[in-house]
Design a protein around this ligand. Sequence first.
Ligand SMILES: NC(=O)c1ccc[n+]([C@@H]2O[C@H](COP(=O)([O-])OP(=O)(O)OC[C@H]3O[C@@H](n4cnc5c(N)ncnc54)[C@H](OP(=O)(O)O)[C@@H]3O)[C@@H](O)[C@H]2O)c1
Length: 393
Amino acid sequence: MPRNTQILLASRPQGEATVDNFQLVVSETPPLQEGQVLVRHHYLSLDPYMRGRMNAGKSYAPPQPLGEVMIGATVGEVVESRHPDYAVGDQVVGMGGWQEYSVVDARQPGVLRKVDTRGACQTLGVESENVPQRGQFLSDSQSHSGAMGQEAGKKWAAAAHSQPTTPKSDRLQVPLSYYLGAVGMPGVTAWYGLVKIIAPKAGDTLVVSAATGAVGSAFAALAKARGCRVVGIAGGSEKCRYALDELGFDACIDYKLHQGDTQSLARALQQDCPQGIDGYFENVGGWIMDAVMLRMNAFSRMALCGMIAGYDGQPLPMRYPALILTQRMRLEGFIVSEHTDVWPQALQELAGLVASGKLRPRETIAQGIAAAPEAFLGMLKGKNLGKQLVKLF
Ligand SMILES: NC(=O)c1ccc[n+]([C@@H]2O[C@H](COP(=O)([O-])OP(=O)(O)OC[C@H]3O[C@@H](n4cnc5c(N)ncnc54)[C@H](OP(=O)(O)O)[C@@H]3O)[C@@H](O)[C@H]2O)c1
């Protein structure tokens, strides 16, 4: 059995997370039991939610246990199998964690999903019987460790990375890594906030923060497909150029030019959103959210998806809460894994946008499992362009 390099959570951050919070270990993969498969991971997904799991405090999901493999979604290939439904060479998606290999009890429904990117086609429908019920992920993750073979996140993985059900003629080719990004959990997150909370009409003006990341880039394509004007907020001129040239944004504001000045950012928003803002997809929080609120129209909607500016524990006070009343705004937070009923529809649309070239996701790819902590910390600081991944094999 191969040696497995793993990254464990060694300690909980005090404020900003550091590489010292992680520990690299090497272990032998155990011999397979009946029903198990050994998966070699090709890509590991790095996502902002992992920062929240490093803390011990109360949240929508329990903390990552100390001394265990960090939680994370993976795509990879079966290299040994003692399960009749899985053959060596099958490509699978699951919650393998920050490690090179995972031993998976494949008898558990939905724990692994097969995908085929080497053939001519691939579909992205979701079999309804494999989709977790509302809230199921939260209760399953009580024992979450991030290591495959434990209960953690399995239902979520099932929803995120599922088997084809659509007719052959509708099948679409999707690179393996996209199952962790544009046509995976981040893409569905954009879809849910846009469609179910912002619920835009053609002609509406929408704004999204962290605009060029995994979620923001999918949001732009989905919103343009609905005939909206889409304005991004991102950090730096390179990201803004990418937003305009490749992601289809109508305008993009570099928030770093405004240096924490809410009024200055609000003036820039007024210029790019002359009709005001009908919908806002919030990924950041703090002064950026304050500036957007100043330009929100009457009866506008705000989807609260992420507050990454506060993930190290900083308070994020809201400066103008009275605007919620005076503008009769609707604000709603959501956790995408609790809305598995929409995943099939969302994945289908996202795959279609990728296939048609209307969604052209970029990826920032770190090399090797040992690079995961640095890459993760870099992503939290905006060093990524598009989806942050780690290439393992
Ligand atoms: N609710 C849910 O179910 C759900 C699911 C998935 C993701 N999310 C949330 O969605 C958001 C985006 O996730 P993602 O996977 O697409 O990550 P991402 O955008 O690819 O990466 C995070 C980005 O956040 C921006 N950022 C970090 N700190 C910032 C700060 N202080 N001020 C402004 N921008 C900052 C950086 O972009 P810039 O360089 O542009 O600043 C960075 O690239 C996160 O908040 C995440 O927690 C929520």
